[in-house]
Design a protein around this ligand. Structure first.
Ligand code: PXG
Length: 286
């Protein structure tokens, strides 16, 4: 059976899963989304993803037509329908069908799409050896223009930055905010380790407040490490003992080079490895 895609309460074969060209998600990137993983049939941090989705929608005045509980039930149903226990769910809510003008009020009903599939973002060796980064010249969106905490369908800011990485022959980029502080990567949050202490940019620094980021902070604190949410500069990254990235799709990845500088020993470091092991244990338990 081909993959079954949920659109507004009905399932369609992947090849027939289509929405209108008048949908403002397509016309304007007017919508929100989540990327969610399930491990052993359990949706990891389900409530956190649902809360963030509804908050993103709220910030854009998109009214999601089903309740949070109905959404959670639909996510589990989509996994079951596709016989997935270890899966990746792309949950998308668009503004819905309108006319060719911007006016969101002409879109009477938001559209809910659930794609339950699999994902492998990077080849296996990147997880073992680590990843090389460059700094993108494109700054992260200013929070008063389009707040990165809104996980919107408009990802052009990140895509422009990612293109710079691709041009430079690397798979991920560091993005700075308009004050020049480190924000995050194009699709992951970032952590830096120096002398056993861990730092990560604060949620006020034009970042997506990642759910994996919050999980890593909790794991690090539980392991007795000091974690500070504070401004990070490129100097901090260049002179770090370890730098690592995290996100739902990528999970945890060590960064071993930035802008041609070797980070630490140039291999995934001990604090990263410890957190990685504990992260894998955590997602597979409970
Ligand atoms: N920052 C940004 C800009 C993101 O898009 C994260 C951080 C990590 O957040 P979570 O909550 O997942 O820990 C994301 C993740 C991908 C992909 O292909 C990732 C995201 C969106 C689209 C694709 O890895 N969001």
């Amino acid at each position: 059976m081909s993959l079954q895609i949920y659109i507004d309460g009905k399932y369609y074969d992947k090849k027939d899963a289509k929405i209108s060209v008048y949908d403002h998600g397509l016309l304007y990137g007017d919508g929100v989304f989540e990327g969610i993983r399930s491990y052993n049939g359990r949706i990891f941090k389900c409530r956190e993803h649902i809360d963030r989705l509804y908050d993103s929608a709220r910030a854009l005045t998109i009214k999601i037509p089903i309740s949070k509980q109905e959404m959670i039930d639909a996510l589990y149903d989509a996994l079951k329908t596709n016989d997935l226990t270890d899966g990746y769910i792309r949950l998308v809510v668009t503004r819905g069908v309108g006319d060719l003008g911007l006016d969101p009020n002409k879109c009477p009903k938001a559209c809910v799409i659930i794609i339950a599939d699999k994902i492998q973002l990077y080849p296996e060796e990147i997880y073992v050896e680590g990843l090389e980064l460059v700094t993108a010249a494109t700054p992260r969106n200013h929070q008063e223009a389009l707040n990165p905490r809104i996980k919107s369908l408009n990802y052009l800011n990140n895509i422009l930055a990612k293109l710079e990485g691709i041009q430079a022959g690397v798979k991920e980029v560091v993005m700075l905010n308009l004050d020049g502080y480190v924000c995050e990567c194009s699709a992951d949050n970032i952590f830096v380790v120096k002398n056993g202490r861990i730092k990560t940019p604060p949620s006020s620094a034009s970042i997506l407040k990642g759910i994996t980021r919050d999980t890593i902070i909790d794991l690090a604190l539980a392991g007795g490490k000091e974690v500070r949410e504070t401004n990070v500069t490129r100097y901090d990254l260049y002179t770090a003992d370890e730098v690592f990235l995290c996100g739902t799709a990528a999970e945890l990845l060590a960064a071993i080079k930035l802008d041609g500088r070797v980070i630490g020993e140039g291999i995934p470091g001990p604090i990263f490895k410890d957190l990685l092991a504990r992260y894998h244990k955590m997602v597979n338990e409970a």
